[in-house]
Design a protein around this ligand. Structure first.
Ligand SMILES: [Zn+2]
Length: 288
């Protein structure tokens, strides 16, 4: 190829996407003279979802910029917190991120997840149709053109994944308001309403219940309560910390009022069936 030769340097946080020889110092790249800078960056393995500013010879350009001979390009990481314009912030998680999906739901974050693999094109289309930010560890998936918005999930450990997503997007947290199994919203129900659905032991030992408005699953304070409470407390503490660190406080804490959390946290915790969603949350294991 005899196209323009440019010099490209990447921010350290993007190194993991690059071939070894391109990590560290800027390196030269021969382009084809007609493809965009965005395409050139992607061709080196870096998903554009992870790229922030593109600076050519000190001037910021769009990904559609066509590189010219001798240009020096600096590729920066996406800024955190990242704002997503154009729709309420909500997510779609790929098939490998089931534990993360359930943890986000526990925190009240809208997190769609399909346990079956519907394939990359269908997922990308789903993201576009619903205007959901697709979360994935699959770079190929994040390169799909149909995608509305996407983000690479940097860790394979659920605790770190959660920190990553909460830190990056600062979603509003409303713990105990969403069904961890289906992402539906929860509503309070009286014991009388649901007594006929309960096993004897549960009926005897629990007084407060919530029900998913979508799948009708029942929730009550169960054996996993402490572990779930710990996940919630950690997320709220992290949010409070990041809000304090932000001078103007913008994008900070928007949890439900304390009294609501207190009331709900007793009311709404995972029930005691052999529900693998709950089991996954408890063990923190990632199902692959
Ligand atoms: Zn549900």
């Amino acid at each position: 190829m005899n196209g323009p030769e440019i010099t490209v340097g990447f921010a350290p946080g993007l190194a993991l996407f690059l071939p070894h020889e391109r990590r560290g110092a800027p390196s030269s790249l021969t382009t084809d003279g007609s493809s965009t800078l965005g395409h050139a960056v992607e061709s080196l393995g870096v998903p554009l979802t992870e790229v922030g500013r593109l600076v050519v010879d000190g001037r910021e350009v769009a990904a559609s910029h066509i590189p010219a001979q001798g240009e020096t390009v600096d590729v920066y990481e996406v800024e955190r917190p990242q704002s997503v314009e154009g729709a309420p912030l909500r997510f779609l998680l790929d098939v490998h991120l089931g534990t993360l999906a359930r943890r986000l739901r526990l925190l009240g974050v809208d997190a769609a997840y399909l346990s079956e693999d519907i394939g990359d094109p269908a997922l990308a289309t789903y993201s576009a149709r619903d205007r959901r930010v697709l979360l994935s560890r699959d770079r190929g998936l994040l390169r799909r053109r149909e995608l509305w918005a996407g983000a690479y999930v940097y860790s394979d450990r659920p605790e770190e994944q959660l920190r990553d997503v909460l830190g990056r997007f600062r979603p509003e947290l409303r713990p105990w308001t969403r069904c961890t199994a289906c992402n539906g919203t929860l509503t309070s129900v009286t014991k009388d309403d649901v007594a006929h659905l309960l096993e004897e032991g549960t009926r005897r030992t629990h007084e407060v219940f919530a029900q998913c408005t979508a799948c009708e699953r029942l929730y009550w304070s169960g054996a996993h309560h402490d572990k779930l409470e710990a996940i919630v407390a950690q997320a709220l503490a992290m949010r409070a910390g990041s809000a304090a660190a932000t001078a103007d406080g913008e994008g900070g804490v928007h949890p439900a009022p304390d009294d609501v959390i207190a009331a709900n946290s007793e009311r709404v915790t995972a029930h005691l069936s052999a529900d693998e969603a709950t089991a996954d949350i408890e063990t923190g294991r990632q199902r692959q």
